[in-house]
Write a protein that binds this ligand. Sequence first.
Ligand code: MEV
Length: 330
Amino acid sequence: MSKASASGKIILFGEHAVVYGRPAIAVPVSHVRAQASVHATHDDEVTIDAPDIARAFALRDAPDDDPLATIIRLTCAQFQVAPRGFRVQVRSTIPVARGLGSGAAVSVAVARALADFFAREVSREEISALAYEVERLHHGTPSGIDNTVIAFEQPVYFVRGRTVSPTRTEQTGMETAKGENVRESRIESFHVARPFTMIIADTGVPALTKVAVGDVRRAWEQNRDEYETMFNHIGTLAHNARVMIEQGANEELGGLMTVNQTWLTLLGVSSPEIQTLVDAAMNAGARGAKLSGGGRGGNVIALVDEVTQDNVMRAMRSAGARDVMVTRVG
Ligand code: MEV
């Protein structure tokens, strides 16, 4: 039997703007994980068992756009092996549709477990590229930050590559229908000079990234200048945040998070439940708070220190947070 796992993630700065080529910062959340195991069987079938989402099915019956089937098919194609004679089991402690990267983590865990099963050496870049293809099924125009931070399992400063075609260069990161473009994203790991602590609090509202990303795209299409300006502001925040993290100026990060939350609200991806948790965290002494991921629901992150941590956790719980976790960055 082969086994592998992959972490969850949070985006500290820059979600949504990252889809349009601005920088963003994401970090792994290692204590929530997707786990995949692959067992040899004595028949020609491939079966998939994902009890946490109440799914059990045969690969041959799965539609082309099924994410679990897709990662298995793509990984086998990459290894040039026929998908047959094994059973894949997937378990996960990462809440689904909460901005914590559960989809990308499942893909990365399955690809890693299959690599082990077929005794293949695969790089983090290759695993990330496989998971990216599944992300495209989930939401059409992913920036690639989720699969990257999860496959690399380290803090990343990520800039989605411009898509370059022989005839034009787009700044939006949209790929052309011809599929002839080159995607060259910039992935930089960076040094966390002084570790810091984030509370991750679940609004309890599931929200599909695809919907929020689609709505932002429609709004951007109608009002490009305004949206490009907001993306620029968010990108500058992510850039400045990286400098502060590298300098250990953690106290400054909170203010940047709160400004980022304001821009996300103006983009239209916050929600009353998110704002309630942001306000609760700030009133209880957090240095900054914002949504993390696609928004509209999902998780709120709050920057705390040893003195404020318990207070902020309590306040977010009393304000309605379903689940509250603490993660240390760096
Ligand atoms: C989702 O975790 C982050 C978004 O920026 C979408 C993406 O980058 O693909 C909302």
